[in-house]
Design a protein around this ligand. Sequence first.
Ligand SMILES: Cc1cc2nc3c(=O)[nH]c(=O)nc-3n(C[C@H](O)[C@H](O)[C@H](O)COP(=O)(O)OP(=O)(O)OC[C@H]3O[C@@H](n4cnc5c(N)ncnc54)[C@H](O)[C@@H]3O)c2cc1C
Length: 308
Amino acid sequence: MKHYDALVIGAGPAGVAAALYLARFGMRLAMAEKLAPGGLLLQTFEIENYPGFPQGVKGYELADSLAAHLEPYDNITRIHDEITEFIVEGDSKRLLAGGEWISASAVIIASGVQYRKLGLPNEEKLLGRGISHCALCDGNFFKDQPVAVVGGGNSAVEETLHLAKIVSHVHLIHRRDEFRAAPLYLSRLKALPNVSLRSSTVITSLHGEQQLEGLTLKDLHKGTEEFLSLNGLFIFVGFEPAAPVLPPDLKRDRGGFIETDTEMRTNLPGVFAAGDIRSKLCRQVVTAVGDGATAANSAYTYLEQQHG
Ligand SMILES: Cc1cc2nc3c(=O)[nH]c(=O)nc-3n(C[C@H](O)[C@H](O)[C@H](O)COP(=O)(O)OP(=O)(O)OC[C@H]3O[C@@H](n4cnc5c(N)ncnc54)[C@H](O)[C@@H]3O)c2cc1C
């Protein structure tokens, strides 16, 4: 079984920052990523609030720069696979990636979040057949057609702004009276002629067998229902932790996010968490990167104490 000083799960902003710091400390480490380096950045059109980029930076450009930053370090082994098992027995940590067991003295979990579903019948079946969680990836399939977006936070509004440039009309559906998104985004949205805001409205059914054909909407104030005919629905109703099979003793909050102290230490010695997977309020690139650096520092201190 291959052994590393440290293993980082996930190559999003948190994982890359952690790997960079560990590599610079001279650790022998592995970083496992099941998709591509960059994490959610690859699904984000423009990052406008990353310090040092006054003109904003495209998500994929920042993802490429993160990946490039790790290239010179030959003490990082890249594992292009998903971690599907993670077992902690005392000081020993064993992880399964692509059918191969690996061990590490310290593990940093930076596996981020995944999109929450509406929980409607047909939803799973129609995912990729009209239903999407990524306007940047799938928006062009609906060029000059009407679509709906569901959600009331920043992600829903940002994605609506992006879609409005491509599609004929966006119905933005939100179950509450008010949208929670930042006022700056909302004012941009209200200025667009091809966006309708539909508050106090929920989707009660999804129609279509092979492809999404329409939605039934319910007005929560009036109690009335209507059918909306369209082929595209983008769902942004929050996130849940993208938790690989985590050790059962790992302390998590009610939403399943990993609890840490301010140094990113979990309740299990030698196991650290960083970025969106952590129980915290501000899930952003800049906080993920900060968490990653802190987790690496704590992992390094832990390893020093272990090995003297
Ligand atoms: C639409 C949208 C717009 C956003 N806009 C902004 C913005 O403008 N500004 C901003 O600061 N933030 C923004 N964010 C938030 C930002 O993208 C996240 O806070 C940040 O990406 C979190 O980084 P992370 O490394 O914790 O997780 P992620 O970026 O989610 O990366 C986690 C990585 O772990 C991998 N992974 C998961 N499970 C496993 C496993 N079992 N094995 C191996 N690999 C695994 C995933 O494939 C992924 O690559 C936005 C997010 C979205 C969705």
